[in-house]
Design a protein around this ligand. Sequence first.
Ligand code: PLP
Length: 292
Amino acid sequence: MQIYSPVQAIHFEHLHPIWVKRDDLIDPYISGNKWRKLQYILADAQQRGQKHLVTFGGAYSNHLVATAAAASRHGFQATAFVRGEAVENEMLLLCKLFGMQLIFVDRESYQDKRSLFDKHFFHQEDAYFIDEGGASAEAVRGCAAIIDELPLAYDHIFCAAGTGTTAAGLLQGINAQQLPTRLHVVPVLKNGDFIADEIAKYESNLNQLTLHTDYHFGGYAKTTPQLLKFMAAFVSQTGLLVDPVYTAKLFFAINDLAGKGFFKKDDKILAIHTGGLLGIWGMQEKLTQMLG
Ligand SMILES: *Cc1c(COP(=O)(O)O)cnc(C)c1O
């Protein structure tokens, strides 16, 4: 399928310029890296004749909305196990509109996804398991394709990481093409060193990988006033929308590193905008408070 994801130059504070791969423009609901990940997962499900996608996520998961939208578009049924007590919000409303069935499960049961799947779907032969965030070899392959679309060889490519699947794909693409590019990964969770192990499950050559583990701002979906202020300044001055969970932390990291003299003067830097802008609705109160 033809997709629209141009590379665009932006200027901001210490960034003159950096390039941004606009995967956020691929689709508003099957957004960014979630589109990349689901592409081959759905192809695999289709090929196996499976009709019912079953997946997992938190109550503000971009992956759930993406799976719901993709399922309805391609004629699949969809069910999601949602972590935690039953809630309603903008993301889950979209999931339901797209026809996804939601099953809320307590945090402890949520840990063992395979047994949840087995318990609920043992009688359904056409049910297809998709891990949280879409993590899989198919997803890695989908993300590697980003590298094939680039117009030139960048010195540095940056991405945000939750599970590291997207990063694994990018590194696979870089290694496959033997590019001189360094991949910089910004984990959005605390103690992000585990991302290297996750990447190593799919790609053994980590020579061109650098992790920047100090830009989590307290952990997954945590923010600080400093991050939200940065986000507001960045969005208003570049016109590029970012979300507080992933891409605000990504661009903060790149800008901070540039300010500390991390790059050489003519280095070409590319950031992958992995989409996920619906995540803004999970931070409405904090953002409203800060903007006044
Ligand atoms: C899900 C998501 C990520 C995390 O991708 P991983 O492959 O799990 O590391 C990054 N950015 C955005 C916008 C996302 O929605």
